[in-house]
Design a protein around this ligand. Structure first.
Ligand SMILES: [Mg+2]
Length: 231
């Protein structure tokens, strides 16, 4: 069997890129709730992405409180709750799968293959995961903030393989290239593929660099199928 497992990235891969305008709106409303300077908050929010992804902040409230402490601002509980709700709402919307994601995953699974997910993400994602249509379809979801590892650390890929009882050589890895995830996947022996959907809003609030990628590239999730099946 060609590739026993397909492992997907989440943002920019199974779900579309985080829309820049929605990200801006989220920051605007979070900072309004906290009565805090938008620019000062955004800098610290963006600067703490890596810590969020590594699980340094176990809750979104703790991340907000940390930033407020740095800025020497003391919001009350209601303000923090309002900002947290706004953030969670943003991520809830961001977790809506691409139109064809469910169908493609079902097709892959119907051939007896397992599906994995490796995402560099903060604590809202595992919190909301069970409410998404993807959660029941994915055999193993590895969230960086839960395992305290981020891509491209080889250990995060090997952890996914371990949970899926598969060798890296039997895995196709599909991602939009953030966090040098494709290089990391290749390094452990997986077969990496870059997904770049034409015309998509690439103004991600976080990081977008696919870097120089000369390997296999697809422009839609459906193009995974010919990499797996002979037609
Ligand atoms: Mg991504």
């Amino acid at each position: 069997m060609r590739y026993k497992v397909v492992i997907f990235d989440l943002f920019g891969t199974l779900v579309p890129y985080l829309c820049k305008q929605e990200y801006e709106n989220m920051l605007e409303e979070m900072t309004a709730s906290l009565s805090i300077s938008r620019n000062a908050f955004q800098k610290l929010w963006d600067d703490t992405f890596a810590e969020r992804a590594r699980g340094v902040f176990p809750t979104i409230e703790s991340n907000i409180l940390h930033i407020c402490e740095v800025l020497r601002i003391k919001p009350d509980r209601a303000q923090i709750e309002a900002a947290t709700r706004r953030r969670i709402e943003f991520i809830r919307r961001a977790l809506a799968p691409r139109e064809d994601a469910v169908e493609i995953i079902r097709r892959l699974k119907s051939s007896g293959r397992k599906i994995g997910l490796i995402s560099d993400c903060s604590c809202e994602v595992p919190l909301l995961w069970k409410g998404t249509p993807l959660s029941e379809l994915i055999n193993e979801a590895v969230f960086s903030c839960e395992v305290l590892l981020t891509k491209p650390d080889p250990q995060i890929y090997l952890l996914a393989c371990n949970r899926l009882s598969v060798s890296p050589e039997d895995c196709l890895y599909v991602g939009d290239g953030g966090s040098d995830e494709l290089g990391g996947a290749a390094e452990v022996g997986m077969s990496p593929v870059l997904i770049r959907v034409p015309g998509e809003d690439t103004g991600d609030g976080y990081r977008m660099n696919a870097g120089e990628w000369e390997g296999q590239t697809i422009s839609a999730l459906s193009e995974v199928l010919p990499l797996i099946f002979d037609y």
